[in-house]
Design a protein around this ligand. Structure first.
Ligand code: PLP
Length: 444
């Protein structure tokens, strides 16, 4: 607390940090001051190797001049324009560019400002679509255990991260079920690439259809690969099976590609990498390389068409945000897409995948490593928890990486997750793995 109204620029008191142990952080803050390429520069000048592309979002690396210049130009010429009943050219241009890289048919784009808003928007599109086609009894939504779809009440309801939900359990959306998650370390530990076992977990959807009746189910939402839960990969055949079952029963399939989008697992989207096309796809993060908040929802043109009925003067979908298609965010996204295309970054995760996997799997014999999962340029290293304190070992490794080895990783429980910028090279992959190895050894 400050005693007077003097500005206290160095105080950490007032910012209530999201998803953070505030008191622990403020006792020993990890403050980043700038960033370039694949490094953050921390307070005091230390260069921190960015093993996570920020928060899975800076796929083209940091400090991209093309993006900052486009943003500066845009804010100077059109800082804001209302998106309701008015327009400006950029979201139209951006949507057209996104349609070029979208999975086939998903060529209508609704803009949001975050992954959470994208999830809620996608669920609302699904529900409104079912009504529009005369299937108004289809109101149930199905998510998945361990799923993360942000923190709005919609995304939270279909999500399956217990800590995020439990304080709100009485307030979540009604009519929601969860498929089982596909993390199965007992059967799949140390599988290189997609796990062999677990496709049968998609059959649970048939069980829910039998239980509720397909005529009551609007949509299923999943992350093709769960990132926040600690890198949970889709078992071979699982996504295909979900697609078959949803199609058979007239249930929409939504992929949340907030993490997997924009080259993270190779190709623009996981849908393309794994050859399964959903009806609706959400994204955010890499859309602007993390530089300006923005999300998007890709909708199949047939779904969109169902809304475009009735009188021409009728608003087709009562939904939107003050900042949908914000000019500055659009400028950032367009510049980002230019970089992705020019530098062929969507291919990088495929090209480096083998090297990345080999490097990560070299950690296999280290103490307490119970599983390694890797695909594209994503990796998860699961550690055995301390018997009395789950999460403690993971957090210790994370802290050691940052303070002792100048490496930024993510930690979820006792799983270390990594997703370096797609511009990373082999030498820096080696550095990530060597540094992580030292931290894991020291935390044994
Ligand atoms: N969906 C997924 C799959 C995510 O990983 C995230 C964030 O990590 C979100 C949604 C929420 O995005 P945001 O934090 O931008 O609201």
């Amino acid at each position: 607390m400050t005693m007077n109204n003097e500005p206290q620029s160095s105080s950490l008191d007032n910012f209530w940090m999201p998803f953070t142990a505030n008191r622990q952080f403020k006792a020993r803050p990890r403050l980043l001051e700038s960033a370039e390429g694949i490094h953050y520069i921390a307070q005091g000048g230390r260069r921190i190797l960015d093993g996570t592309a920020g928060l899975w979002c800076c796929n083209a690396g940091h400090g991209r001049r093309e993006i900052s210049e486009a943003v500066a130009r845009q804010i100077a010429s059109l800082d804001y324009a209302p998106p309701f009943q008015m327009g400006h050219p950029l979201p139209f241009e951006l949507a057209a560019r996104l349609a070029e890289i979208a999975p086939q048919g998903l060529n209508k784009v609704f803009f949001t400002n975050s992954g959470s808003e994208s999830a809620d928007t996608a669920l609302k599109v699904a529900l409104a679509y079912q009504r529009a086609i005369g299937q108004g009894t289809r109101t149930r939504l199905i998510g998945r255990e361990l799923g993360y779809h942000g923190v709005g009440f919609g995304g939270l309801s279909v999500g399956g991260m217990v800590n995020n939900r439990k304080a709100f359990s009485a307030n979540l959306l009604p009519g929601v079920d969860h498929l089982p998650h596909t993390l199965d370390v007992a059967r799949n530990a140390f599988t290189v690439g997609l796990p062999e076992h677990g496709a049968e977990k998609a059959e649970e959807l048939e069980r829910l259809v039998t239980l509720h009746g397909a005529e009551n189910i609007a949509a299923v939402i999943i992350e093709p690969m769960s990132g926040s839960a600690g890198v949970v990969l889709p078992p071979k055949g699982y996504l295909q099976r979900l697609r078959e079952i949803t199609r058979k029963h007239g249930i929409l399939l939504i992929f949340d590609e907030v993490i997997t989008g924009f080259g993270r697992v190779g190709e623009a989207f996981a849908a393309q990498r794994w050859g399964v096309t959903p009806d609706i796809l959400t994204c955010a993060k890499g859309l602007t390389n993390g530089s300006i908040p923005m999300g998007a929802v890709f909708v199949d043109e047939k779904i969109h068409e169902a809304f475009m009925q009735g009188p021409q003067g009728a608003i087709e979908f009562f939904h939107g945000y003050t900042y949908s298609g914000h000019p500055v965010a659009c400028a950032a996204a367009l510049a980002t897409l230019d970089i992705y295309r020019r530098d062929n970054l969507f291919q990088q995760a495929v090209e480096l995948e083998g090297y990345w996997q080999d490097a990560l799997f070299s950690l296999r014999e280290l103490p307490n490593v119970t599983d390694i999962r890797a695909v594209g340029l994503v990796g998860g290293v699961q550690l055995a928890p301390h018997a009395d304190a789950p999460g403690k070992r993971g957090y210790e490794v994370f802290e050691r990486c940052f303070w002792e080895h100048d490496l930024m990783v993510r930690v979820t429980g006792d799983i270390i997750a990594m997703s370096p910028p797609l511009i990373i090279d082999r030498a820096h992959i080696d550095q990530i793995v060597e540094r992580l190895a030292q931290a894991i050894r020291a935390s044994a």
